[in-house]
Design a protein. Sequence first.
Length: 431
Amino acid sequence: MKSFSPIVFLMLLFVATSLQGQVSKTETRLTKYIDQHNNEALQLLEEIININSGTMNFDGVKAVADVLMPKFKALGMEVEWKDGSAWNRAGHLVAKTTAGKGKKILLIGHLDTVFELESPFQKYKVLNDTTASGPGIADMKGGDIIILQALSALNNAGLLKDMSITVVMTGDEELSGDPLSLSKQELVEAAKWADIALGFENGDGNPGTANVARRSSSGWTLKVTGNAAHSSQVFKPEVGAGAIYEAARILTEFYAALSTEEYLTFNPGMILGGTNVAYEESIDGGRATGKSNVVAKDAVVTGDIRTISPEQLQRTQKTMTEVVAKHLPKTNATISFDEGYPPFAPTEGNYELLKQLSKVSTDLGFMAVEPVNPSNAGAADISFTSDYIEMGLDGLGMGGKNDHTVNETGNLKTLPMQTKRAAILLYRLTR
C-alpha cells in the first residue's frame, strides 16, 4: 500500500475547502454527531485492536465480534453470528435492518487480521496527534468502526429505521476458509439481495481515492513429465527434452504471449524439478532431487493470476492451456486452475457511485475522490459481489500505511472524515 503523509492530507483538505458545496440540515446533524462521538469511536477502535484476531485465532475473531454485535443490536438491527466450522474458520458477523424502502445496500468489513498470536505486533499505540499503530488498524478494524459509527449517526437522526442495510463482517478475509462456496456464502447471498455494495477496506491509504475495481486472485499448478535417462542421450528421439526443458518452454511462452496485456499479471512463484519430485500442496513447496547428468523426469510449477475482469481471466486461462498442450518431444504437461477471488470489474455503475461519493466529499469541504489504479488494488471480499450488484465501491475505510507489516499505522484524522462521507453517502443513496 502506498504511503500517504498527514502533511499532504492536510494540504489537500485546505485546497478542497474552496470546492465546498451544500449540505442539508439533516446532513449537518450527521456530521455533528460523528464529531461529538469521535473519542468514543477511537476508544472502541483501541479496544478491538487490542484483541488478537489473526484469522486462525478463532476465539479472538469471535471476541471482536462479541464487542461489536451489541453495538449493532443497540441500533435496532437484527444481529447474527454465522459459525464457520463448515469452512474451518471462526465465522462471520451479520447485521440487518431491512424494513426500509429505497436502495438496498450491503456494507462489507472483516474482523480478522494477518497478525496471529505468535506475532510480536499485538497492541494499539498512539504515535502522535494524527497517527496510531496497531495490528489491523488500517486493514481493517478502522473500517469496521467507520461502518458502525456511520450507522450510529443515521440512527441518532432517526433515519436508519427507514433504510435497507445489511452488514457482513467476515472472519476470514485474510486467509479464506475452504470451500470458498461456504466461506463466502453470506457475502454472495447478501449481494444477491443488495443493489449496492460498499467495502470499507483501506484501499491505497489515500482518502482522495476509492476502488471502482479490484483484480482477481487465483492460482495455477503446472505438472510436467519427461523420460529419465542419461544426460548424454538428451534430445535424442527416444529420450526427448526432459521435464525441466518443457517447464522452461511453457513459462517462456506464457511470458511472450501474455506479459504485455494491461492489468494482467501471472507469476510462477514456486518450481521443483528433477529425478524425484515430492510436492506438498499444503505448503506450496516440497523437495526435489536429481543429478546434473540425468534428464529430469518431473517438474512442478505453481503461480498466481490477477485479472481485471472475468473475460480477461478466461482468455488468460485459455492461452495458458493452449501453450501447455504443445509439448516438446517425449514430454507431457497439464495445467490446473484453482478457485480464488474473482475480479471486481470496473463498471459504469461503479464510476457513477464514485461520482456521488466525490460530490459528498466536496460538499463537506474535503477533497474530490479519484479511482485507484486497479494495478495497485489487491483482491478483497467485495469481489464476490460483483456479479450481482448494480454498483459498488471499496476503499472507504481508514487511511493508513504499511498494512500487513509490524509497522502498520492508521491516520486518525481520516476516521471522522471517512465516517461523515459514508453516513451522508448512505443517506443520499436511500432518499
